[in-house]
Design a protein around this ligand. Structure first.
Ligand code: SF4
Ligand code: SF4
Length: 196
C-alpha cells in the first residue's frame, strides 16, 4: 500500500513539474507574440544601412595621384599602389590599384586622408565569395558604381534596426504595435506625393 502511495506521489510530482515546464514555455511563446518581428528575409529583404555605414570602398582611377597616403594611414598598409615615374611629364603615373577586402577592416582611414577624394565608402556590405582571392579588388572592381539597397528592384528595403526610436538599442523590446521610427521607402514616396 505504501509503495502504491509513493508511486502516486511521484506521479503527481512529475505531472506538476511537467505542467510548470509547459507553463514556462507558453509564457515565452506569448511574450514573443507581443513583440515586433525583426527577422530580415535576406536576400529578398535587406536592411538599409545607416547614413555613415562603412562598406565596400569605391575608387576613382582618374583622381588618384599615386601619393600612397592611403597606404601609410592604413593600419595594415593594405592598398597596393603600383605606379611608374613618367620622366617626360615629371610625375607619377598610376598603373594599378587594389584593396583586398578579405583583409580590410573598413576603418575608413584611407578614405579620410586621401588628398584627392579618389576613395569613398559605399553602403555595399554583401561581399561574400566562395574563393577568398576574389575579395582582392583591382581598380576596375573598385571603380564599379556601388549598388544601393533602395534601388534594387529585386529587394524589399527595410528601414528598421538603424531607425529604432531614439535611445532604443534592442529591437525585440519594441512592442508589435509601436510605430516605426523611420518610414519605408514607399511611405516616403507617398508622403512626398501628398505634399506636392
Ligand atoms: S578601410 Fe582601413 S583597413 Fe581598409 S584599406 Fe582603408 S585604411 Fe586600410
Ligand atoms: S591617397 Fe588617394 S590619391 Fe593617394 S594613392 Fe591613395 S587613392 Fe591615390
Amino acid at each position: 500500500m505504501l509503495k502504491f502511495l509513493n508511486k502516486i506521489g511521484d506521479y503527481t510530482k512529475d505531472a506538476v513539474q511537467a505542467a510548470r515546464y509547459i507553463g514556462q514555455g507558453m509564457a515565452v511563446t506569448f511574450d514573443h507574440m507581443r513583440r515586433r518581428p525583426i527577422t530580415v528575409q535576406y536576400p529578398y529583404e535587406k536592411l538599409i544601412p545607416s547614413e555613415r555605414f562603412r562598406g565596400r570602398i569605391h575608387f576613382e582611377f582618374d583622381k588618384c595621384i599615386s601619393c600612397e597616403v592611403c597606404v601609410r594611414v592604413c593600419p595594415i598598409n593594405l592598398p597596393v599602389v603600383d605606379w611608374t615615374f613618367n620622366s617626360e611629364m615629371k610625375k607619377k603615373e598610376l598603373k594599378s590599384y587594389s584593396i583586398d577586402f578579405g583583409v580590410c577592416i573598413f576603418c575608413g582611414n584611407c578614405v579620410e586622408y586621401c588628398p584627392t577624394n579618389a576613395l569613398s565608402m559605399t553602403e555595399e556590405y554583401d561581399l561574400s565569395t566562395f574563393d577568398r582571392h576574389e575579395l582582392n579588388f583591382d581598380s576596375v572592381a573598385l571603380g564599379r558604381m556601388p549598388t544601393k539597397v533602395t534601388e534594387d528592384p529585386l529587394v524589399t528595403p527595410i528601414r528598421e534596426l538603424a531607425y529604432l526610436p531614439k535611445g532604443v538599442m534592442e529591437g525585440h523590446e519594441v512592442p508589435h504595435t509601436a510605430k516605426r521610427a523611420g518610414l519605408r521607402p514607399e511611405e516616403i514616396a507617398e508622403a512626398a506625393s501628398e505634399n506636392k
